[in-house]
Design a protein around this ligand. Structure first.
Ligand code: GLV
Ligand code: MN
Ligand code: MN
Length: 409
């Protein structure tokens, strides 16, 4: 009965939230500090208020619903509301909707908890607009300065600072929003891969989240006429970039359980009869072993050095994100497993190859994640889907753990 009610809520709410996109009919595109973001938050605010929460927009652009306990120390649960470009209707936002269901169950129980509860819809987790990501987590843990907000710009040259100000936030005060009252962070998220489905498990308990190093590389060449500049005299940035990029995948294959991807590439001036002057590309390196990430990064820099020495073209590298691999909290994982056992839900532990807010929180405080099977393992695409019933099962498990934590046990 309760499962049916939760599943129906989740199904309806996700169908509604899917509408807040910049690309209707072509996947969900909900970038940070946009009209779509504002409209999704307005809808979420309504849901949070119905669940009995007092709602505010914090200075990172995250929406937070709070239920006051006997003491102000806070157990936080949630996920992100932003999406990648042309992404799915589940990544992030499903975890927000599940967290609201956890609050509803608490309200139904009629108990005033010992600790306070916050449900959070975080902002700019993906990094799709500014290539960085995990924004709210970093703000709440005091990791960002005003200078950081000026550094990154989107495709139109708008900085995070400018985007925040235009959205009505206060970028100058970014460092003042560090939270010291959060006792634990929990997140429900779709798996985004095929492991749970293949193993026929209803619930995944994350044991470790991969470390991520994201860098932006620029190769500086020279624009010339493609017909008149001889091959031995030209400085073709794309030709040199291609040589460096071609080694990135093979290097990653030398390390177990690591991946490396060039997901963004920009050629300037990008004209058929001009030798490419500048190429900018991102490299995203991930794995559960920090040393393997560092080795791959060093290999990339060595290749760039070699390219510079051999061709005379120069390069610049800028680090965008350096998130550590993070082990999830053992006690909360036990609470999850115990709840699955009591409720007769099949479960397994697995690592997360995707980045999550829980890894930023997990660097400093107890954090834990539940995964829900992704149909066909598809994610970061419009076909992304999880069953509402599976999300509802995760709500019950998360709720059991949250209620134990809120009681101060
Ligand atoms: C976010 O989904 C990421 O893993 O990049
Ligand atoms: Mn996500
Ligand atoms: Mn994602």
């Amino acid at each position: 009965m309760i499962m049916t009610e939760i599943s129906n809520n989740i199904r309806e709410e996700l169908a509604e939230l899917k509408k807040f996109t910049a690309t209707p009919g072509n996947g969900v595109t909900r970038f940070p500090f946009t009209e779509e973001a504002r409209r999704a938050c307005a809808y979420l605010q309504q849901l949070m208020e119905e669940a009995g929460l007092t709602v505010r927009l914090d200075n990172s652009g995250a929406l937070i619903g709070r239920l006051e306990g006997e003491t102000p120390a806070t157990i936080m649960i949630g996920s992100h509301f932003d999406s990648v470009g042309h992404g799915g209707a589940y990544d992030g936002i499903a975890g927000v909707v599940c967290a609201i269901e956890v609050a509803r169950l608490l309200k139904k129980s009629g108990k005033k908890p010992h600790y306070s509860l916050e449900v959070i819809a975080t902002n700019d987790e993906e990094g799709a607009r500014f290539h960085v990501g995990l924004f709210t987590g970093k703000v709440l843990l005091g990791q960002l300065t005003v200078e950081d907000l000026h550094k990154q710009t989107d495709a139109d040259g708008i900085s995070v600072y400018e985007a925040m100000a235009a959205y009505g936030l206060k970028p100058e005060e970014i460092a003042e929003h560090q939270r010291r009252d959060i006792k634990a962070f929990l997140e429900v998220h779709i798996e985004q891969g095929p492991v749970l489905e293949a193993a026929d498990k209803q619930i995944g308990i994350v044991d470790v989240i991969v470390g991520i190093k994201r860098v932006s590389v620029r190769i500086n060449g020279r624009a010339d006429h493609v017909g008149t500049m001889p091959m031995h005299m030209r400085k073709d940035a794309l030709e040199q970039a291609a040589k460096v990029i071609s080694k990135i995948g093979d290097r990653a294959r030398c390390f177990p359980n690591t991946v490396a991807t060039v997901g963004f590439l920009q050629v300037e001036p990008n004209i058929i009869n001009i030798v490419p002057q500048t190429v900018t590309f991102t490299v995203d390196i991930r794995g559960v072993d920090k040393a393997a990430i560092t080795s791959q990064y060093q290999g990339l820099v060595a290749d760039l050095e070699q390219m510079q020495a051999a061709s005379g073209l120069t390069y610049d590298v800028e680090t965008l994100l350096d998130a550590e691999p993070v082990v999830m909290d053992a006690y909360i994982k036990e609470l999850f497993a115990a709840s699955c056992a009591v409720r007769g839900l099949t479960h397994m532990q697995l690592p997360s190859g995707a980045g999550h807010d829980a890894q930023i929180f997990g660097e400093q405080l107890p954090a834990a994640m539940l995964f829900v099977p992704s149909i066909g393992g598809r994610s970061h695409c419009p076909e992304e889907e999880s069953r509402a019933e599976d999300l509802a099962a995760a709500v019950l498990v998360a709720s059991d753990a949250v209620q134990t934590l809120l009681a101060g046990k």
